[in-house]
Design a protein around this ligand. Structure first.
Ligand code: NDP
Length: 320
């Protein structure tokens, strides 16, 4: 099979295509022939070493395809079943292993590419708006990088709950996409603090969903109303430096949370319940998945370069 290996950290050029035999499933594992592989920003952090990985490694955790072998003790899923998962051990590959209880069945109304495109970013957007901070009807909330993979889904789900979204994105084309996803106001990064103040009569918003991190953190905090919540869930511009907690008091009893998907789909029940709701929304057309780019697996480096240079919108897929 084709596989992408990383043997030293660095720029996108360290993503090296190789040919290897598919692995054998161990006890409790399934082997899936991947039809589509999801690209996620965390793989940039793994590749650069911001989140250290033991070297060498195969990046990627997300994909969808067909079960081709099961390990000892696995009763479900079965060989031939269509599944998706966000916990594959090295998904940048033609075939990948996952624990059997961490893959989910893909319903007929959802094809493999959409399943691979939807799962990780969709589950993230889902927990952000249903659990991290659920907007109340009429709440004006601020969503950063709203034309990105998570951003487009987050904007749609926040709007579905009755939230009114102020969206940031870096270009006019991206802002148009955010508006198509339901954002009521779209702005560039320089304008959002003023725009939020203007829209809220100076009070600020009850929640900011911030995946940009270092570049936006201070202005995001300043955009919150009294007792507002900053949901810092990413760091595309770099990690937020150490933070003086007394700033939360000065801002009016503010909250900052730094959630990760793993804590919201930790059990099989949480994973299945959330995924069922996500796939139901996709199948009935109420949640639109935007695939912004498809790349041959062997061109993973080009996908990373595009993602990091802010040229992309929606979800990027690798096709083995
Ligand atoms: P995106 O598709 O959102 O791509 C990143 C976007 O961030 C860019 O398109 C760009 O949009 C914006 N951006 C702003 N500043 C920069 C910068 N300096 N460099 C690069 N991009 C920048 O990626 P994903 O949807 O895959 O992920 C979004 C974020 O969410 C990532 O930080 C990721 O790690 C995080 N995440 C967190 C999860 C969690 O549970 N905590 C789970 C999944 C993702 P623009 O040009 O409009 O500014």
């Amino acid at each position: 099979m084709d596989v992408i290996r990383v043997s030293r950290t660095g720029d996108a050029g360290v993503l090296t295509p190789q040919r290897l035999d598919p692995p054998e499933p161990g006890p409790g594992e399934v082997l899936v022939r991947l039809a589509a592989v999801g690209v996620n920003y965390i793989e940039v952090y793994h590749r650069t070493g911001l989140y250290p990985m033991p070297l060498p490694f195969t990046p990627g955790s997300e994909g969808a395809g067909t079960v081709v072998a099961v390990g000892a003790g696995v009763t479900t899923p079965a060989v031939g079943d269509r599944v998706a998962g966000a916990d594959f051990a090295g998904a940048y590959a033609g075939y990948a292993l996952a624990p059997a209880d961490r893959v989910v069945p893909v319903p007929d109304g959802v094809d493999d590419e959409v399943a691979a495109a939807a799962l990780l970013q969709g589950l993230t957007a889902h927990y952000l708006v249903f659990d991290a901070y659920p907007p109340r009807p009429g709440d004006i909330v601020l969503v950063h990088a709203a034309a990105g993979g998570v951003g487009l889904l987050l904007t749609q789900l926040a709007t579905a709950l009755g939230g009114r979204v102020v969206a940031t994105a870096s270009t006019e084309d991206k802002r148009r996409l955010a508006a198509d996803a339901g954002a009521e106001w779209t702005v560039g990064y320089d304008e959002f603090p003023d725009r939020v103040r203007e829209l809220t009569g100076g009070a600020g918003v009850p929640a900011v969903y911030d995946s940009v991190g270092q570049a936006t953190f201070d202005a995001s905090l300043a955009s919150l109303r009294r007792r507002g919540t900053l949901v810092l869930y990413g760091q595309s511009s770099g990690p937020v430096p150490p933070f003086d907690l007394s700033r939360l008091a000065a801002g009016g009893s503010l909250y900052v949370t730094r959630p990760t998907l793993g804590s919201f789909v930790a059990t099989r029940d949480e994973l299945v319940t959330r995924t069922d709701d996500l796939f139901r929304r996709i199948a009935d057309g109420s949640l639109r998945i935007t695939i912004g780019g498809r790349y041959p697996l062997t061109e993973a480096a080009r996908a990373h370069t595009d993602l990091e240079s802010r040229r992309t919108t929606g979800k990027l897929l690798l096709i083995p």
